[in-house]
Write a protein that binds this ligand. Structure first.
Ligand code: C2E
Ligand code: CA
Ligand code: CA
Length: 865
């Protein structure tokens, strides 16, 4: 016999199946064919009894089978269609039946549904054997099917049908949707699970029956079946195993079985088990039909109720049960302890009167929202306690649902968190508040500012105010820090009294405060408040019996819709504050884009000062003239600075910027050095002759440096130049702010040979006392008076007074800003002959100054002043 053999082990089950079938049917011959939809049948086995059968027998059978298979796969009627069908006399089979060896034959297709995996052909069976007699063979047949099916899947990956049916995916998806929607809408609890017993899908009814939380997953299905359906668990699980092994099984049902929900609740149900293809995978469905209401085992129930009561009375937690409209039906003892409300008072809506939290309605609707979303709520609320005080509790709520999964009620639990809260409040207070004033600190302020700015696009104007006390350092230095602290506290109180409750005040550190104003209707409202604050701080402070006057400077920046970056707003308020200080303190100033210029100015100034050649900086010399004979008495050195970006900037501006930013000392050292070189040159050339002087302006900041005089003298010593060639110009401010150090510096300098001139006299305090104390040689009458003397009798009187004061105190007089001949004549007539002004000369570049010195060589000098 020529047969295509496949290894015995590969087809062990099919061979046994053929054997078994042959024996049961008592056939003469049995043949097994493997079928593949694409190729002709493939003989894998002949029954042992057929070993002697002639080849003649097989050929016609194979041919016939081939034809039948083609018909079968093209859906034409054929013998294969009927399982176990015996056809002995049909013409179609005449050829076969005419064969001397064949009396009858039976096809036994091995497959499932429309899938065909193998065919067993039995020849010459006993006709008395009926289909029902074959029942014993069924397990073999099914096992064979499963094996062949798996083999086919393994080799072809997909069943034949799925492989060539592209439209089936669409139908499958649609089917899936229908299935999902059916599950969702049925009142019968249902589960879909896979052969690993993992639940793939369950419906609301299932969750309701098992009182499960939707967030929590299901246990594996075999576990669930074992614990809830103990009566049929074994049979049910066996059926499922069989199903998964065999690939399919008819629907299975168990009626009136007990489903155990928990230790005291059970329900009678019908169970339907079915197989189903879910997303291309063989799965199982379990549907439960509840026949009775939940049975309550009263004995077990009572026991559990007692347990419940015992527990609820001892737990340190208030427990309340209520319907979905918050009508309370149960409270435990802890609730009464917390609130001093007894059960009777708490029932219905009574319990709500113990909720201290203001927005109760909002919280309750939040509870409902959370429950319907995730069946749990967690929050913190305040209760009214026995003494009418507040008690903070953390509140949890879970929902209770009916059959249709509608919310019917709630269980609330509350536990005391007042300790926790007060600790965390303390910590929060420490982290967020300034301990001295109780105002917000910088960290908290930044948070608030960010929040306030986020509101800007929807709400009114938000303004940020920076406030800095003027000369607060003096208070700390002279009266001590404890007085400083009291002042700060008093300032905080005054600020609170001026601003609205909703405005937030913060102490940023030292004597700096910030205030955020939200929902402001107009900018001028902020200006009004700023004004009020300035006045409030101006009111006298009485501390430890001492009365003192204080002032503050304020910078304001306004946040607009297009400008809500916290960093930007802070910077702008800071710039405005600087401006307010600049303008003379004790005032407020709004941010203005012009202020930005100051910033770039600082940037460029710093760059240039760091440059070895101090690029951009230079100086000019303005002659001081003897107005009566036209001789040059000396020069005042005036600094200049120009920058390619910013153009020429006046010294009034850049000197101040350097002073404020600690750059003045660097600059001054450079200037001194350069001027010394120039003076040395002039002296060596014989251009500068005693008693001519070169005047250099000193900054207030320099005079306040203890080592200032020493450093100047060291430089002069090093450069070997006599200080008596120089005049130093100082302003009164230096003496007002720090008379001790300024006086010390000046005395040392004067002693070394420098002359000292008091600049801008008349604009400041013009204090006679100071004039006496200070080591001065000259007074420079400020040009604002000089320029007005001919038009303004007041200015005239002032200048006359200054002149007589100078004469009285034996001080030389220099008139600044003489611009015309009339002014010059008037001053000379009053005895003031040293003039500086455009009438004679504007400030001159070095070579022009040198020229001037040359041309005036022969002029007779005035006596030394
Ligand atoms: P200042 O010390 O009062 O200098 C005199 C100012 O009056 C100069 O302005 C000068 O150009 C100007 N001036 C002189 N005569 C006339 C006149 O007839 N009419 C008018 N309208 N103005 C006249 P400048 O150069 O702008 O200097 C301004 C201020 O800058 C100076 O005032 C001084 O306080 C400060 N400064 C200039 N250079 C230096 C310096 O090197 N160091 C320091 N610390 N300050 C300086
Ligand atoms: Ca000057
Ligand atoms: Ca001056």
């Amino acid at each position: 016999m020529k047969s295509q053999q496949i290894s015995k082990s590969d087809n062990y089950i099919l061979e046994h199946c053929v054997d078994k079938l042959a024996r049961i049917n008592n056939s003469d011959y049995a043949l097994g064919f493997l079928v593949d939809g694409d190729s002709s049948p493939y003989l894998i086995n002949v029954d042992s009894q057929t070993v002697s059968a002639p080849e003649l027998l097989f050929e016609p059978i194979k041919n016939k089978l081939n034809k039948d298979l083609i018909d079968y796969f093209s859906d034409k009627p054929c013998l294969l269609k009927d399982l176990f069908c015996y056809e002995g006399h049909e013409s179609d089979y005449d050829d076969l039946l005419n064969n001397e060896y064949i009396d009858n034959l039976r096809y036994i297709p091995i497959g499932e549904g429309s899938e065909l995996y193998a065919i067993v052909i039995l020849i010459n069976i006993e006709l008395s054997v009926r289909s029902k007699d074959l029942i014993d063979v069924t397990p073999f047949l099914l096992a064979t099917i499963t094996l062949l099916k798996n083999k086919k899947r393994a080799t072809k990956m997909l069943p034949i049908k799925a492989r060539n049916d592209l439209t089936s995916k669409k139908f499958q998806d649609q089917g899936q949707k229908i299935l999902d929607s059916m599950l969702k809408n049925t009142f019968h609890p249902a589960f879909l699970f896979n052969d690993e017993f993992q639940v793939l899908k369950s419906n609301l009814a299932a969750h309701r029956l098992f009182n499960s939380n939707l967030e929590r997953g299901w246990p594996v299905m075999d576990k669930l079946i074992n614990s809830t359906l103990p009566g049929i668990a074994f049979r049910l699980l066996t059926s499922i195993s069989k199903m998964s092994f065999l690939g399919h099984l008819d629907k299975q049902q168990w009626q009136n079985v007990t489903l155990v929900l928990n230790s005291y609740q059970s329900v009678t149900v019908d169970i339907h088990l079915f197989d189903i293809v879910y997303f291309g995978r063989q799965c199982f469905g379990l549907m439960i039909n509840e026949k009775t209401e939940v049975d309550v085992n009263h004995e077990v129930y009572n026991a559990s109720l007692q347990r419940f009561n015992a527990l609820t009375s001892v737990v340190p937690m208030a427990i309340l049960q209520m319907d979905k409209d918050f009508n309370c039906s149960y409270v435990n003892k802890t609730w009464a302890k917390y609130t001093n409300q007894n059960t009777q008072q708490s029932l219905g809506k009574g319990w709500l009167s113990s909720i201290k939290t203001l927005d109760t309605d909002e919280i309750l609707s939040e509870v409902i929202r959370a429950i319907s979303h995730s069946n749990s709520f967690k929050g913190e609320i305040e209760l009214t306690t026995v003494a009418g005080q507040g008690l903070w509790v953390s509140m949890n709520a879970v929902g209770l649902f009916n059959d249709r999964f509608e919310l019917t009620g709630l269980i609330l639990t509350m536990s005391d968190i007042s300790d926790e809260r007060s600790n965390s409040q303390k910590l929060q207070k420490m982290a967020n508040y300034d301990h001295l004033t109780g105002l917000s600190n910088r960290a908290f302020f930044t948070d608030r500012l960010t929040l306030a700015l986020a509101r800007v696009p929807r709400h009114g104007i938000t303004a940020l105010m920076f406030l800095d006390l003027d000369r607060f350092k003096n208070i700390n230095d002279t009266l001590g820090h404890h007085v400083g602290d009291i002042v700060i506290q008093e300032v905080a109180e005054r600020l609170k009294s001026v601003v609205r409750d909703e405005d937030s005040i913060a102490r940023l550190g030292g004597d700096e405060f910030a205030i955020i104003f939200t929902d402001i209707t107009a900018e001028n409202v902020v200006a009004l408040i700023a004004n009020k604050i300035v006045s409030a701080i101006n009111l006298p402070f009485t501390i430890e019996g001492k009365v003192m006057a204080l002032s503050c400077s304020i910078g304001v920046s306004i946040a607009t819709e297009h400008n809500v970056s916290p960093i930007d707003i802070l910077r702008k308020a800071d710039l405005a504050l600087y401006k307010a200080k600049d303008l003379g303190r004790n005032q407020f100033c709004f941010y203005d884009p012009i202020l930005e210029k100051d910033l770039s100015l600082l940037h460029y100034l710093t760059d240039d000062l760091n440059h070895p050649q101090k690029s951009g900086f230079f100086f000019v010399f303005q002659p001081l003239m003897n107005a009566s004979n036209g001789s040059v008495m000396g020069f005042e050195v005036l600094a200049r600075w120009s920058n390619s970006e910013m153009g020429m900037i006046g010294p009034d501006i850049f000197i101040k910027t350097m002073e404020e930013n600690g750059l003045i000392q660097d600059f001054s050292e450079w200037l001194f050095y350069e001027v010394i070189l120039q003076v040395k040159l002039w002296v060596s050339e014989g251009l500068l002759v005693a008693p001519q002087k070169v005047a250099i302006n000193l900054s207030v900041k320099q005079l306040h440096l203890i080592e200032f005089a020493d450093s100047v003298l060291a430089l002069f010593k090093k450069e070997k130049i006599d200080p008596s060639w120089f005049t130093l110009e100082v302003t009164e401010t230096a003496f007002i702010q720090d008379p001790a150090i300024a006086g010390q510096n000046l005395r040392a300098l004067k002693k070394a040979g420098f002359l000292i001139a008091l600049d801008d006299f008349g604009t400041g305090y013009s204090s006679l006392g100071l004039l006496r104390q200070m080591p001065l040689n000259y007074i420079k009458i400020d040009r604002s008076f000089i320029q007005d003397i001919l038009q303004d009798s007041e200015a005239e009187k002032i200048v006359l007074a200054i002149i007589s004061l100078g004469q009285m105190l034996d001080l030389g007089l220099i008139a600044e800003g003489v611009e015309d001949i009339e002014t010059k004549e008037w001053l000379v007539a009053q005895g003031c002959i040293c003039h500086q002004g455009y009438y004679f000369h504007k400030p001159l570049l070095i070579n022009r100054a040198s020229e001037l010195l040359k041309t005036h060589q022969n002029i007779e000098f005035l006596p030394n002043l």
